[in-house]
Design a protein around this ligand. Structure first.
Ligand SMILES: NC(=O)c1ccc[n+]([C@@H]2O[C@H](COP(=O)([O-])OP(=O)(O)OC[C@H]3O[C@@H](n4cnc5c(N)ncnc54)[C@H](OP(=O)(O)O)[C@@H]3O)[C@@H](O)[C@H]2O)c1
Length: 301
């Protein structure tokens, strides 16, 4: 008798996963891996063409037909709200939300809502999507939110939520601040939704050779040279994301930070609950001004 090959891992069959920033880099490899494990995977990107190309690649590699996409600019509140509504009109459950789309902006840029762009995309998109989809995540529990942060958060310098009307730093410092915000948000949300069956964790994917930074001209090219020389491949970068999204042993783990699939401490500032609450309230205030119905989230404090 010849030994048969190991059966495929279909542990995510029947689960619905939403992955942002999945047309490239870490998000794309995360979507591929989740599809390989049998999940229904919905990806988000700004261009229909890039989304369709990505899904065609994933389908060719996995044979999965359970693939879908939503087109939208995550730096815009109205777009995120529309996108969430579109998701809810198609699906009545969500088992995993991967907040991954993010970027660095070396020059000051404003979002469609007039927010500084790094903050709009890297922090507010995570905040908006998680809050707008919280009910379906709760109804689908056990479910998970995975926030892709970065060890860059250790370089954060902010001690107050930013004042978009005042003078504020751009480039790496702002990027680092938003990646700290990812962890403060993770900690605050995990506390607010404990015992709902929804967990929320954050991670650093490593230095990964992706398109990250490509939107910054010559500086972007230097960043990419650095990542392609020293960084790991996107599939390696996606490992901790997929681990947090799927590992059975993390069933109840929440409010933690992971690197290389191991729970580790994040920076001292990321555990500052007073600052976390302040950032949460500021995020609610900013979102409320943009038209978000914050009443149900306010009671999460
Ligand atoms: N690469 C690294 O070394 C590294 C290290 C630490 C942390 N990270 C984090 O990892 C995450 C993913 O980065 P990556 O390296 O995979 O970058 P990437 O290759 O540049 O991918 C970024 C993704 O985000 C999407 N995106 C960008 N702006 C968007 C917007 N306004 N609305 C909707 N989608 C948008 C892009 O899709 P479209 O262009 O198709 O819209 C793309 O799929 C980020 O949060 C980053 O901070 C990366």
């Amino acid at each position: 008798m010849t030994a048969s090959a190991a059966p495929p891992d279909i542990s995510m069959r029947g689960k619905v996963c939403l992955v942002t920033g999945a047309t490239s880099g870490i998000g794309k490899m995360t979507a591929l891996e989740l599809a390989t494990k049998g999940a229904t995977v919905v990806i988000v990107g700004r261009s229909q063409e890039r989304c369709l190309n990505t899904l065609a690649e994933i389908e060719a590699m996995t044979g999965s037909k359970n693939l879908d996409y939503l087109v939208g600019d995550l730096s815009s509140f109205v777009e995120v709200r529309r996108l969430s509504q579109e998701f809810l009109s198609r699906y009545n459950k969500l088992n995993v939300l991967v907040n991954n789309a993010g970027a660095i902006f070396m020059r000051k840029q404003n979002s469609p809502d007039g927010l500084e762009m790094t903050w709009a995309l890297n922090h507010f998109a995570y905040f908006w999507l998680s809050c707008l989809l919280l009910d379906v995540l709760k109804a689908s529990s056990p479910s998970r939110i995975v926030n892709v942060s970065s060890d860059a958060h250790k370089r954060a310098t902010m001690i107050e939520p930013p004042n978009f009307r005042g003078k504020m730093p751009v480039g790496y410092i702002t990027y680092a601040d938003t990646k700290l915000a990812n962890i403060l948000f993770t900690n605050q949300l995990s506390y607010s939704i404990k015992s709902t069956g929804v967990t929320v964790n954050a991670l650093h994917p490593g230095v990964v050779a992706t398109s990250f930074g490509a939107n910054n001209g010559l500086i972007g090219k230097i960043m990419q040279l650095y990542a392609s020389t020293l960084g790991v491949k996107p599939a390696e970068g996606a490992k901790t994301v997929v681990y947090l999204a799927t590992a059975p042993e993390l069933y109840t783990t929440t409010g933690k930070y992971f690197v290389k699939c191991k729970e580790v401490n994040s920076s001292r500032l990321s555990y500052d609950t007073k600052f976390g609450t302040k950032l949460w309230q500021w995020s609610l205030d900013v979102s409320g001004r943009l038209g978000m119905d914050t009443r149900r989230i306010e009671i999460l404090k």
